[in-house]
Every structure is written in structure tokens, then in C-alpha cells.
Design a protein around this ligand. Structure first.
Ligand code: ZN
Length: 293
């Protein structure tokens, strides 16, 4: 099957279920999923729901899937304009990571994958972050680095496997706004890659942290200049504020006109903070001004 967000749909899921039915797959067999994050998401969901759960093994072939999507036990698909609205938790029996797959990626995909690595490093510590500041986003990461990045994610996942305590929300750094740009771009002729949209969201959320004095300006500046140097400060997709707000509020609980999102307060530390829609809009406008320079 093709890859990309377009496969995280009901018709694609139906085709997979049909194959499982045709091949008479039962719980005594194991489904092997080889592909990027979207294929693992929809394939994992198909397996997890087939006969109430058929074992599967994930073989991620993109950088983003090797450090993020394949780990954490979430599978699912998009619905209407909402990302991952349908889904469940299901752990693969194993995740097999072969970095050689990364040599087959187009440079754009590789660079977008590094965004998720970079986000993971921001959640880790000063030394790993500094290391990534000095690495080019066009290189293939070592197995050791991949393992380290995955272990950061798993530290959060293990503390809060079903996302009931808010701990795992830290992993959504950059994703609150990132998902909005991703959804908006899917309606245009120039869809963004997940990592590209997350870079936008990350920069805007870093700007917000700095503007509200939660994050030292020098750290924010260093993050911004790295992402800009890697050509990841991209122009926003065409959008209207009403569409933007509608998507933003789709899966977010609003209390007193505020939504909660994880913001970086120092390298390795994230806080769940209530933010007004106006403040988010202001950081988007700030981003637009920076891109225009
Ligand atoms: Zn992501």
C-alpha cells in the first residue's frame, strides 16, 4: 500500500481487513508491518481489531517512525479533519529497527524526521540537546543515537502508558499547533510532512514560552536558529483563522477560554500550561513575521 497520511482512512483500513479475511489470518499468526508511521498506524489498528487482537511486529522504515511512531503502543487513523480521532492502544510484539532503511529516504523526509528527534532531545537533557545542535539533519543517525532517542520517549510512556496522568502529554511538545498546520495543509496542493508541521508548531510554542518568560530567551534563540538553519522555518499553509480555530479546538478541552498545552521551560523540562487562544494566535503572527524576514 502507499504511505503517507492519506492511508490513515476507513477505505484503506477496510482493504486491510479484507486481506486479513482473504488470507484467513487468525490469532495464531503474526502480522508483519513494514513501512512509515502511517502504515504502522493503520496496519497496527487493523491487526489490533482483527479478531479482537492479532499479534503484529513493526518494522519502521522512516526516521520519524524509528524514533517515535513505532513506539508507545498507539495505533489509529484520521477521521474527517481530525488527526488520530479513531484509535486504540496496542503494543507490537517487537519493533525491529534497521537504520539502513533511512538511506532510501528522500532528503526532505529525512530532515522532517530529525524534527521528532530534536523534540525528543529537548525533552531529554543539555548534553543530548547540544549534541543534536551540532549534527546536520541530512545525516543518517547512528543506532546508538536512535536507541537513546527512543528511550527518552519510553521513559514518558512507561510512566503513563494510557495517557491518564498527563505525563505523556510532554511528548506532544510542538504538536498542539503542529497538528493544526498539518491538517490545514492536507487541504491544500502542498501538504506538509508531519515533521515539517511539527517544526512550525515547535517554533511557535517556543516563541510562546519565551514571550511569557517561561523559557530563557537565549535557549529559545538557539532552538530557533538551529531549525532555521536546517530550512525548517517554512511558510505556513494558506489558512483562515476560523478554520485554524476550529481544528485547534477539535480535540482540545477549553476551560475559561484557555487550552492546556505542554510548554518547554528549560531543556529537559516541560510544564502543562493554560494558554488563551489569543496568546496562541500572537505566537503564530510572530512566526509569520520571522518567516517573512
Ligand atoms: Zn509527531
Amino acid at each position: 500500500m502507499a504511505g503517507g497520511e492519506e492511508v490513515k482512512t476507513l477505505p484503506a483500513l477496510r482493504r486491510l481487513w479484507k486481506k486479513l479475511w482473504q488470507y484467513r489470518v487468525d490469532k495464531g499468526q503474526t502480522v508483519l508491518l513494514i513501512g512509515g508511521g502511517s502504515v504502522l498506524d493503520v496496519g497496527g489498528f487493523a491487526a489490533a481489531t482483527w479478531k479482537r487482537g492479532t499479534p503484529f511486529i513493526s518494522v519502521p522504515t522512516t526516521l520519524i517512525a524509528q524514533v517515535d511512531a513505532a513506539f508507545g503502543g498507539k495505533v489509529g487513523l484520521n477521521f474527517r479533519q481530525g488527526k488520530n480521532l479513531i484509535g486504540t492502544y496496542a503494543d507490537p510484539q517487537a519493533v525491529w529497527v534497521a537504520p539502513d532503511f533511512l538511506r532510501t529516504l528522500p532528503p526532505r523526509e529525512l530532515r522532517a524526521g530529525w524534527v521528532e528527534c530534536y523534540k525528543q532531545a529537548l525533552l531529554s537533557d543539555q548534553s543530548l540537546w547540544s549534541h543534536l545542535q551540532s549534527l546536520s539533519f541530512s545525516t543518517i543517525p547512528s543506532v546508538e543515537l536512535l536507541q537513546r532517542l527512543v528511550s527518552i520517549k519510553m521513559r514518558y510512556v512507561e510512566q503513563d502508558p494510557r495517557e491518564e496522568q498527563g505525563i505523556r502529554q510532554a511528548l506532544n511538545l510542538g504538536h498542539t499547533l503542529g497538528h493544526v498546520w498539518e491538517s490545514l495543509s492536507l487541504r491544500t496542493q502542498a501538504p506538509l510532512l508531519h515533521g515539517e508541521a511539527v517544526a512550525m508548531g515547535l517554533i511557535q510554542e517556543i516563541l510562546l514560552s519565551a514571550q511569557t518568560n517561561r523559557l530563557p530567551k537565549a535557549v529559545a534563540e538557539a532552538i530557533l536558529s538551529k531549525l532555521r538553519a536546517e530550512a525548517l522555518m517554512l511558510p505556513l499553509p494558506t489558512f483562515t483563522w476560523s478554520a485554524w480555530e476550529k481544528i485547534l479546538l477539535q480535540d482540545k478541552k477549553v476551560r475559561n477560554g484557555q487550552i492546556f498545552l505542554p510548554l518547554l521551560v528549560e531543556i529537559g523540562k516541560v510544564q502543562l500550561v493554560p494558554v488563551s487562544i489569543q496568546a496562541l494566535k500572537a505566537s503564530v503572527r510572530l512566526y509569520q513575521a520571522l518567516v517573512a524576514v
